[in-house]
Design a protein around this ligand. Structure first.
Ligand SMILES: [Fe+2]
Length: 302
């Protein structure tokens, strides 16, 4: 439906952004990266759910055998969660190369230039969350064109220190600085791969426990996969929660029911939909289905 995406202003076109909003397929803005002026030889397609001054929630596809180019970088941290396929990311400034498999995460701190490759046979599907801004203005960076460090080819290089890369899983007290403290990560020129054995696992709730698997928790954003089980005496649910920052809940597959306490509104988030929840809104998640539900929860502040 959307013909022209405006970064930092989607799907709301005017403020204030203080209403809970279900972003269904007809409100999603697709965009092809990059532009004809830059060159269309190697492109990808993204689907933007919400983009504000605080954060952006989206997913994108790299077709089998292809890549996007030139290298992209952002005016915020970018966090991936791979939903389907295997995405191989090149940090063009250091040559660091990471294959991110289904269910794994990746933090690319603000300004880190990256190209995504699909060496597999199925399209990759990757949820991407950025905070605070996806781009400084409405245009894509072009200063990365033709500059990269790969095997036997170096025309770009930045210093880096691999001692910052985590060698263990996160623990609860790492919340706010996982997989690296925000500013240190941004100064490091590195990617931070978060496979299953590096995620920060936490039990969410005493009476209504859910499993939270944090990919990233820093001063810009928090991204966790939640495992909300099925079954139970009543429908399984979370404890009520609210956040100090805006929140997006993305469902890859399934159905998640959401009760907004202040207004008594009920929303259901289904395949490839996002619920935007403004800061300070108390909400509770319910699972009325037969299978556990796996929402991705992204919030600017916990
Ligand atoms: Fe990016």
């Amino acid at each position: 439906m959307q013909s022209k995406l405006i970064f930092q202003n989607h799907p709301y076109t005017e403020g204030p952004r203080d209403k809970v909003m279900l972003i269904t397929r007809d409100l999603v803005a697709p965009f092809i990266y990059p532009t004809p002026e830059i060159g269309m030889d190697c492109s990808d397609i993204s689907y933007i759910y919400v983009s504000t001054e605080e954060f952006t929630a989206s997913w994108y596809t790299v077709a089998p055998g292809s890549r996007f180019e030139p290298a992209d970088y952002h005016a915020g941290d970018e966090v991936y969660f791979v939903l389907e396929g295997t995405l191989t990311m090149l940090n063009t400034s250091t040559g660091q190369t990471v294959s991110v498999h289904e269910g794994e995460g990746l933090l690319m701190p603000m300004g880190t230039p990256h190209i995504g490759y699909n060496f597999g046979t199925v399209p990759t599907k990757t949820a991407a969350f950025l905070a605070p801004k996806i781009f400084a203005d409405q245009s894509f960076p072009t200063d990365t064109i033709g500059k990269m460090k790969v095997y036997k080819h170096t025309d770009f290089g930045q210093p880096y220190d691999t001692s910052l890369l985590p060698a263990r899983a996160g623990v609860l007290d790492d919340l706010g600085a996982w997989p690296v403290e925000g500013a240190a990560g941004r100064a490091s020129n590195l990617f931070y791969h978060v496979p299953e054995n590096r995620k920060l696992l936490a039990i969410g709730g005493v009476d209504n426990p859910v499993l939270l698997k944090f990919i990233v928790s820093n001063d810009f954003l928090n991204l966790a996969e939640m495992i909300l089980p099925s079954g139970g005496k009543g429908a399984r649910m979370t404890d009520p929660d609210s956040h100090e920052g805006d929140c997006a809940i993305y469902m890859h597959k399934g159905c998640l029911s959401v009760l907004i306490h202040d207004t008594n509104e009920t929303f259901q988030i289904r395949d490839d939909e996002v619920l935007f929840i403004p800061k300070h809104t108390t909400y509770q998640l319910f699972n009325y289905e037969s299978e556990p539900q796996h929402p991705l929860i992204c919030t600017v502040k916990l």
